[in-house]
Design a protein around this ligand. Structure first.
Ligand SMILES: [Zn+2]
Length: 239
């Protein structure tokens, strides 16, 4: 595993990843925990992810390079759950970025048996509903729920399937995208949708987007990703 860390693409990806960490903290998706990665533009069988560090503190120099089995030459301690990223990149060639969070409003949908479904036009990517990963199926009933082995990463990637987001029972969620901007957008609006859906259900009911509406909103919103990214990045770095 060799990487020219001075290459322009590598430097840009590391800087983007640091920005993504700061945006996700500012948006309340990550706190002291959670992480975001990007598939390397230099080698698609590797990915970039920060070392074991609170997301708000991540800078470009903290980013490590991993092979898909979660190994790195970097001696600094990595995140325990790096296998979330590696096994999703292995299973989904279309995925170029992954956000793993403990997104607070999403947690109830992973434990209550109520599917998380798109209720607003910014979250059509959730259609028809977000699948739920049950750690017990792989790890038994005594685990700490963390995806700390390649085997549980494979199981998580299997639960994700072709979806954009997978909920993780009693733990959090993982959102994927074709770019860092898209994965971050999906992580943010998964949380927004969860809050709106829970509030609607408290009010007495919920009208969900049809699959056709969901597809139409995704087509409209995808070209707008740079607008969200630029605003969130500016906001996150405002003194
Ligand atoms: Zn986690």
């Amino acid at each position: 595993m060799r990487e020219d860390t001075t290459s322009t693409r590598s430097r840009e990806q590391r800087a983007t990843l640091a920005e993504a960490n700061h945006i996700l903290v500012d948006q309340g998706i990550l706190d002291a925990f959670g992480h975001v990665s990007v598939r390397s533009a230099d080698d698609p069988d590797t990915f970039l992810l920060a070392r074991n560090l609170a997301p708000g503190l991540v800078q470009a120099d903290d980013v490590q390079l991993f092979t898909l089995d979660g190994t790195t030459d970097d001696p600094r301690p990595p995140y325990l759950e790096r296998h979330i990223h590696g096994e999703i990149y292995r299973a989904r060639p279309d995925v170029h970025a992954v956000v793993h969070s403990h997104s607070p409003a999403v947690i109830p949908f992973g434990v209550a048996g109520t599917p998380l479904r798109p209720v607003l036009h910014m979250a059509g990517f959730l259609a028809p509903e977000a699948p739920v990963f049950e750690a017990r199926d792989t790890l038994g009933s005594g685990s700490d729920l963390l995806v700390r082995t390649p085997q549980s990463g494979v199981a998580l990637a299997g639960a994700l399937g072709r979806s954009s987001v997978v909920l993780m029972r009693g733990h959090g969620a993982t959102a994927v995208g074709a770019s860092v901007e898209e994965a971050v957008y999906r992580a943010v609006y998964t949380e927004v949708n969860a809050r709106a859906q829970a509030e609607a259900l408290r009010l007495g009911g919920c009208t969900y987007l049809t699959d056709e509406e969901a597809a139409a909103t995704v087509a409209t919103n995808t070209p707008q990703l740079p607008r969200a990214w630029g605003f969130w990045r500016d906001r996150a770095h405002r003194p």
